[in-house]
Design a protein around this ligand. Structure first.
Ligand SMILES: Cc1cc2nc3c(=O)[nH]c(=O)nc-3n(C[C@H](O)[C@H](O)[C@H](O)COP(=O)(O)OP(=O)(O)OC[C@H]3O[C@@H](n4cnc5c(N)ncnc54)[C@H](O)[C@@H]3O)c2cc1C
Length: 463
């Protein structure tokens, strides 16, 4: 097996779990208290975007209420600490390009020790009989060449504003690398943004490579977000069903009361915003915004965490494993996640959707079967139990990350335009990963930045 540095490995499918939380203060947000009658700014959703907005507003002395549908904060950043006896991130897991990542800066200011992601990377190939074996050194290079080609095509499309499919701008059957093309496509599509390669937009999709210096959080990404929420005025278990913005101010309605605010920041995932049975806006969202929402979709990525007996995999912590021959049904694995006997698989796109409808047991079985193919029966015999996320079926996420369809990249900007009431002041602002700046769209960092931006705009509106 060949060792390559993380810089050479693809970043998008990196998967982490975490060490137990050590000495981090935590405070439960309000669960059952009644909503306040009136605040300066009401925030819908307690994911990173909503929490970032609330924190900034609170720091500037404004009254805020964050109204959250679930009985927990964090949204798509969620660390399961109970089911496998070890914390495991079932949503956001790592910080991309931590050396230039503004959210990493915020974490460091809060004295969170980030750990760099420099695990091994193992590639497996299929022989003529369909058996998996270690890939040859040149195969790593061939796959790397294809990643570079895809990244170049993404960069070109952004430079030329070519709003077409990524597939139409990439030629991957080159230099003997064609055998690895399906794996490269899987890494750039379903495992990167949750969308199968033929539907990926060259203009909208984020590039594959960052600086190569990814990092993860001791304790788990989701656990950190829970900690970040401490001290913020969050009301849990209260889905917002209606937003009235016609008159002076904005009123959020839930089944258990309402709150009126001078301005409102909506941070629900794009899938919730676009859903017919989602939040009712009164007046309705403008036609141009509804049109833009219909030009976007939620890609699907799921994590499947498998617990084995200690010592089952003779691999360094966080070793990434990829196998050729899966086509769009490829899994990306991390072995011995964070030095625990956990394996975390990532699946995306239509494969993730099909598996999700079959239920958690089927997802766990599928990931386990793939590992058995690679590592054999003996390892499989040491499997203990597994858990899986189902972000697509979750009514409060309806997918993993937002993407514009090819030809409609502009929709991302139009789908999140602020609503201006008849009185002429912007009162409803939108934030979240879907509406983040191009550099960080889709990532937790984008959500955090966009929440802060919306809060800044709300402060301006409030005067
Ligand atoms: C499987 C997976 C892996 C990922 N991996 C990474 C990664 O490694 N690194 C990374 O940077 N990013 C990753 N991401 C993306 C990252 O998780 C998101 O970009 C980020 O968490 C989104 O934050 P947000 O605040 O925009 O949305 P969310 O976190 O979804 O927050 C929105 C909130 O709104 C709430 N809500 C929904 N409907 C209502 C309603 N009607 N009323 C009130 N509240 C409502 C939701 O419950 C939720 O809490 C991953 C995502 C997934 C799903």
């Amino acid at each position: 097996m060949k060792r390559v540095t993380r810089r050479e490995a693809i970043q998008g499918a990196a998967t982490m779990a975490a060490l137990p939380l050590l000495g981090m203060p935590s405070q439960s947000p309000a669960q059952s208290a009644a909503l306040p009658a009136e605040v300066d700014v009401a925030v819908v959703g307690a994911g990173l975007a909503g929490l970032a907005a609330a924190r900034l507003l609170q720091e500037r002395g404004r009254s805020v209420a964050v109204v959250e549908a679930r009985n927990r904060v964090g949204g798509r950043a969620y660390t399961d600490t109970a089911r496998l006896g070890q914390p495991v991130d079932l949503g956001a897991a790592f910080l991309k390009s931590a050396d230039v990542n503004p959210l990493a800066g915020e974490m460091r200011r809060r004295e969170v020790a980030l750990q760099s992601d420099d695990g091994d990377y193992w590639l497996f190939d299929r022989d003529r009989d369909g058996r998996l074996r270690d890939a040859a050194t040149e195969d790593y290079d061939l796959l790397g060449l294809l990643y570079d080609r895809i990244d170049d095509a993404l960069l070109d499309a952004k430079t030329l504003r070519a709003d077409v499919t990524l597939a139409s701008r990439t030629k991957l059957d080159v230099n003997g690398a064609a055998r690895w093309a399906d794996l490269a496509r899987a890494m750039a599509g379903p495992l990167h943004i949750g969308i199968d390669y033929p539907q990926v937009s060259a203009l909208d999709a984020p590039r594959l490579s960052g600086t190569g210096n990814d990092a993860w959080l001791p304790g788990g990404f989701g656990a950190w977000v829970t900690d970040y929420a401490a001290g913020l005025p969050v009301w849990l278990g209260k889905p917002v069903v209606r937003i009235d913005w016609a008159n002076n101010g904005v009123t959020l309605a839930t089944a258990e009361g309402q709150v009126r605010a001078e301005a409102c920041i909506v941070t629900v995932p794009l899938g919730v915003l676009a859903a017919q049975d989602g939040i009712l806006f009164q007046p309705a969202l403008p036609a141009a915004q509804r049109e833009a929402l219909s030009r976007m979709s939620m890609g699907l990525i799921n994590r499947i965490a498998l617990l084995y007996e200690p010592g089952s995999f003779n691999a360094p912590a966080n070793t990434q494993v990829l196998a050729n021959g899966g086509g769009s049904r490829t899994f990306s694995f991390r072995l011995n996640v964070h030095n625990t006997p956990l394996v975390v698989a990532t699946v995306g796109g239509e494969q993730a959707r099909a598996l999700e409808t079959q239920g958690e047991a089927a997802m766990v079985a599928a990931a386990r079967a793939q590992l058995k193919l690679i590592f054999g029966e003996a390892v499989d015999g040491r499997f203990l139990r597994g858990v899986a996320s189902s972000w697509g079926q979750d009514p409060f996420s309806r997918g993993a990350v937002a993407a514009a369809r090819p030809g409609f990249a502009v929709a991302r900007r139009n789908a999140g335009r602020p609503l201006t009431s008849a009185a002429g002041r912007s009162r409803v602002l939108f934030a979240g990963e879907a509406f983040a700046s191009a550099d960080w769209a889709g990532f937790a960092t984008g959500a955090w930045l966009s929440g802060r931006l919306a809060a800044t705009e709300a402060l301006r509106v409030l005067g």
